[in-house]
Design a protein around this ligand. Sequence first.
Ligand SMILES: [Zn+2]
Length: 289
Amino acid sequence: MKKIFSPLLLIALTILIILLTSCGKTVTNAQASSAKNVTATTAPTVISTPTPTLTPIPTPVPTPTPLPLNRPGAKVKVPILYYHRVNDVIEGLEDLHVKPAEFERQMQYLKDNGYTTITFDDIDNTEYIQKPVIITFDDGYEDNYTYAYPILKKFGFKATVFLVANFVGNPSILNKDEIKEMSDLVNFQSHTLSHPDLRALKPEEAEREISESKTKLEAITGKSINVFAYPVGYYNNSVLVQVKKYYKFAVLNGGGMFTTGDSLYEMKRLYIPRYLDIQGFEKKTKTLE
Ligand SMILES: [Zn+2]
């Protein structure tokens, strides 16, 4: 047999074995230090001999891995809120004007309930996003800048505004400077050139409304336009085919809760009328059964 153990090491190991069997199963740091004290009185030379078995094994630190918030592959409900105007002063259809104070209350509700405001491009990643919600405004009214934008800014919320390309800069409608200023939080998308009923147009006229609004708005915003809102929600199969040529998403004028896996060219939205109280808002947006 090879002499691989020095006598000192043998003594140390023997003491160790005795200590280990008398102390129980686990050697804690406290036990380890008391063991050192004991050995110090009986065999002082042992202290300087490092005994690897006494070295505390470092507890491995778990590496955090990003876990999907929603079950992978599961369908995720994404409320797409549908507004027009945020204003106390009524111009035209009263129901389309949400009071600024009410809009702020609704945004506060979203914040207090852990919602994350996203844009359409985030739809593919919703399984990693906590309670995703999309805030949309149609027609690009100037009060979106005057009243809604400061509230969005207060909460750091993202929103999407569907612009009618030929109306930009008209009275009561957003102008280019306002669009530019809002673009830190607001994503601008297309709502045609002139807001027609696309079903009533000749196919080439409809296609012009769909395609030219995209290029015109891309020139105004300097960003890619890939979401389309059908004016008044009107479309037919031929319109749908044309929209698919130029856009990645298209939204309807209502219909309820959007769920991932639904058609991306007939995306349902939740209409928020003027006289919807916060309980009604909660009921509409609730994604958990
Ligand atoms: Zn519209």
